[in-house]
Design a protein around this ligand. Structure first.
Ligand code: SF4
Ligand code: SF4
Length: 366
């Protein structure tokens, strides 16, 4: 009975959430980020060659659940959450952390990337999250960088591929819950690039995830050579994705593919022209909370806005501080640019003029 009431309440909330999000398209004034990436732990059980966070890993400085609970009570405009790390599922209290966001913020969509090494814990946590947070859209992104030998070599863990595949098929069983989504996320590297088209077909035909995403390496990876990729292979995947756009069934899928393709095109333009394509809303609509409590505009700029502890764990106060406002002005004025997929998605979604222009361009192409 209680569950039914919750569902009805959520349905109403969902509609109003979409309407509330619309205001950020035209007004970029917020009391907190609309999208937050929270690194809940620095602990990780992999040793990836392409990891951009490698210098911060495996320290003993994670915020406690109590501290996180305080922070979540001060995020009045949060709608999209990405729980990251390290390996997020290493945290014993991951379900409680997710529930804290669910209970205290308007957030109803959470994405959790994982290397898939801890099959049982991952599945158990997903089941519990779905149970404790009715109506929450939970999306798990399993990293898979190519066939077995390539994946295990890149991740530095023998047997990593098999574990990831096992986790994938175990999680697939949860798809009977329509709020559960599972995606495969690959990172393009010099080791896998020549096999990526073939691997893309394998993922699409054999694994059939809800989404397949191909990412480019971010920041300064542990092995700097991992950044030496050819854009040619990235474009090959774009061609395959474009074909899918035509074949996608259902309005929601068409829109999702459409945004995905625009974002890929922005990445290609940014790399080829080596310059800014559209404004970045980091420190305005998006932010990053590190495991120790430092708040950054994004994952790539290394100077923090501030430490949340200095604001008594009050995100709203921090977001309205002079340092946050100056940082966002700096990002816009200097025309800061990069190819970070998560930030580009928000930059595209909340930029009406750019979205309209891209839509017209796509129509001409189709
Ligand atoms: S990329 Fe992710 S899984 Fe790999 S070492 Fe870094 S944090 Fe761990
Ligand atoms: S453009 Fe990239 S590096 Fe610059 S602020 Fe935005 S996300 Fe960060």
């Amino acid at each position: 009975m209680e569950h039914r009431i919750y569902k009805v309440r959520f349905y109403k909330m969902k509609k109003s959430n979409y309407l509330r999000l619309l205001k950020y398209v035209f007004f970029k004034k917020t009391k907190g980020p609309v999208q937050l990436i929270h690194f809940v732990t620095s602990k990780c059980n992999a040793k990836c060659e392409h990891c951009f966070y490698w210098k911060n890993l495996n320290k003993n400085n994670d915020l406690t659940l109590k501290e996180i609970e305080k922070i979540t009570k001060t995020l009045p405009e949060l709608y999209l959450l990405m729980i990251s790390g390290g390996e997020p599922f290493i945290r014993k209290d991951l379900v409680d952390i997710t529930y804290s966001y669910f209970k205290n913020t308007p957030m109803r969509k959470v994405t959790i990337p994982t290397n898939g090494l801890m099959t049982d814990k991952i599945k158990k946590d997903c089941v519990n999250i779905l149970e404790r947070c009715p109506g929450l859209e939970l999306s798990i992104g399993i990293s898979l960088d190519g066939p077995k030998e390539i994946h295990d070599k890149t991740r530095g863990v023998p047997g990593c591929f098999e574990s990831a595949i096992k986790t994938f098929f175990e999680l697939k069983k949860l798809r009977k819950n329509k709020n559960f989504k599972i995606s495969i996320v690959s990172t393009l590297t010099p080791i896998n690039q020549e096999k990526m088209t073939e691997f893309y077909r394998y993922v699409k035909n054999e694994l059939e995830p809800d989404v397949f995403s191909l990412n480019l390496i971010r920041g300064s990876p542990k092995n700097p050579d991992m950044k030496k990729v050819s854009l040619h292979y990235f474009k090959e995947i774009l061609k395959l994705e474009s074909k899918e756009l035509k074949n996608a069934k259902g309005f929601k899928n068409k829109i999702r593919n459409f945004i995905h393709i625009i974002r890929t095109q922005v990445i290609i333009d940014t790399i080829e022209k080596k310059k800014y394509v559209l404004p970045c809303y980091a420190a305005l609509l998006t932010g990053v909370l590190s495991e120790s409590g430092k708040v950054y505009p994004c994952e790539l700029l290394t100077k923090p806005i501030a430490d949340i502890k200095d604001f008594d764990y009050n995100f709203e106060k921090l977001w309205e501080s002079k340092s946050a406002k100056d940082y966002s002005k700096f990002i816009i004025n200097t025309k800061c640019f990069c190819t970070h997929e998560c930030f580009l998605r928000v930059n595209i979604l909340f930029n009406f003029k750019f979205l309209l222009k891209s839509f017209l361009k796509q129509l001409i192409r189709i």
